[in-house]
Design a protein around this ligand. Structure first.
Ligand code: BG6
Length: 488
């Protein structure tokens, strides 16, 4: 196939991706309850986000949002702190105009997260909050009316506070039943209108009380929680098969490309082991079951995971339909670097870095696509990718983000190569944060990913006015040509 003939396959899903708590806002409105991430403060490159709490003696404190809470401490909010999830960028009140922008660009899909505590305010109710479901149904109807397929993340790194307090989040097996009640409410209301569902976001990259609801997280509790998440995901797929038979299900996994830091065999082995840890989670959820040596993996984390009879059979019987993943950068792995699961040193072999130091490596994305397709033989979906950068809003209302266009162009070309040259089955691409939103890792607004600029600063000041960047018009061209024209 010549370059001129290369494009994405017919029916390719293309669009943008967001989460609920980085995007939606609407805190305290429409019956929304408290969410674990509502206690995470803003942060920046030097000082990552923190979580605020009160200890048993009534002293207030805050600590890194991925660290265990001090013994006896409870999540608490204080008036003099800023909590970005409360307002986020207010999709709750801007959804019509945001969706109109997506339609104008020619999106064929839009990924968003439903907020668990908007549907079950404490997580412990028997019946869902109808007002919450009404909101999501209105969004879904608007998307469908504009020819944009809704793609819903059921749980994007958050949970109602009630489940943190009652069950210690995903460390508690009973959270599975509560999650399934939430899935049932979504499937019953939206099942015939939503073709694509993600049961979870990046189970291989979440940590701590905000993202997993676990107050005292250690590696053993992490792996126990991951098993509960895997069982919850397969149970959700089983329920989805019954209630929304036309829909397809996946979980989104974090997938940096890893390279050995050198050809030293010990570094190459360290790279292999890191990848194997990641694959263990994907294997379990895609039908193959845990890898044959999962006990060795768990033992290396001092974990002794408890399974219940029938868990393995459930995982095997209800696998994900497609494998979806995020890809932003590549990293280096070396023997003895002490990093586990995700993460690693910055890839010094890539000349370009984002302002946040993430190595720009489109070939790494092509590698990931090939590796995942070789291993799982299932359709793939690149569900997050993008460039966090500092954008300047000019006086004439323009934003010239040619660096973002360049980044997206190179990564979309890598996907097109994987499809057209390597014959990888990839069904879609959603770039991260099509409308600027709050950064997950730093809590900043300054780290912008969008095609549409939002007038808001790191402390939530601003009009929330939406402004189209140069990348808006470029991405429109990509959508309209179905990937035939990726020129920057
Ligand atoms: C993904 C998450 O891993 O990375 C998103 O699913 C997150 O929630 C995205 O926003 C980009 O990371 P950050 O820290 O730049 O917002």
């Amino acid at each position: 196939m010549s370059i001129a003939e290369m494009r994405f396959p017919d029916g390719f899903y293309i669009g943008g991706a967001t989460s609920d708590w980085q995007f939606e806002g609407g805190f305290g409105e429409g019956g929304r309850g408290l969410l674990s991430v509502d206690f995470a403060t803003d942060g920046n490159r030097e000082c990552p986000r923190q979580v605020t709490w009160m200890d048993a003696e009534g002293n207030r404190g805050k600590s890194h949002w991925e660290d265990p809470l001090p013994k006896g401490a409870t999540l608490t909010m204080f008036d003099d702190e800023y909590y970005p999830s409360h307002r986020a960028v207010d999709f709750y009140h801007h959804w019509r105009e945001d969706i109109a922008d997506m339609a104008e660009m020619g999106f064929t899909t839009f990924r968003f997260g439903t907020c668990w505590s908007r549907v079950f305010p404490t997580g412990l109710e028997d019946e869902p909050n109808q007002e919450g479901l009404d909101f999501y149904e209105a969004v879904v109807d608007e998307l469908n009316a504009r020819g944009i397929a809704p793609l819903i993340t059921i749980c994007h790194d958050e949970m109602p506070l009630g489940l943190v307090e009652r069950y210690n989040g995903w460390a508690g097996r009973k959270t599975i039943g509560r999650y399934l009640r939430y899935c049932r409410a979504l499937f019953e209301r939206l099942g015939d209108k939503v073709p694509l569902w993600l049961t979870f976001n990046e189970p291989n990259a979440i940590r701590g009380v905000c993202m997993m609801g676990i107050r005292d997280q250690s590696w053993p509790t992490y792996w126990q929680a991951i098993h509960h998440i895997a069982v919850a995901s397969s149970s959700a797929v089983r329920l989805g098969r019954e209630l929304c038979p036309g829909a397809r299900f996946s979980t989104m996994f974090a997938m940096s490309e890893f390279y050995a830091a050198s050809p030293r065999p010990a570094d190459v082995w360290a790279r292999y082991e890191r990848r194997h840890e990641q694959y263990a989670i994907i294997d379990a959820m895609t039908g193959g079951g845990y890898p044959h040596n999962i006990d060795k993996v768990w033992a290396s984390f001092d974990a002794d995971v408890r399974k219940e009879p029938g868990d393995d059979e459930l995982l095997a019987a209800y696998p994900l339909d497609f494998v979806s993943f995020s890809y932003y950068r590549s990293s280096l792995v070396s023997d003895g670097d002490g990093v586990r699961l995700l993460g690693g040193a910055t890839n010094t072999y890539c000349d370009e870095k984002t302002p946040w130091g993430w190595a720009v490596d489109p070939l790494g994305l092509r590698l990931c696509l090939n590796e995942l397709y070789d291993r799982y033989h299932k359709p793939l979906f690149v569900i997050e990718n993008g460039m966090g950068a500092i954008d300047e809003l000019e006086e004439d209302g323009s934003v010239h983000d040619n660096y973002r266009i360049d980044y997206l162009s190179k990564h979309l070309s890598a996907i097109r190569d994987a499809i057209c040259v390597d014959h990888v089955g990839c069904i879609g691409y959603t770039m991260w944060g099509n409308v600027d939103l709050v950064s997950r890792s730093t809590g900043e607004m300054a780290k912008r990913y969008g095609l549409v600029y939002v007038d808001m600063d790191d402390k939530g000041n601003g009009t929330l006015r939406r402004v189209r960047k140069d990348s808006f018009w470029w991405f429109k061209k990509v959508c309209e040509s179905n990937g035939a024209d990726l020129s920057a």
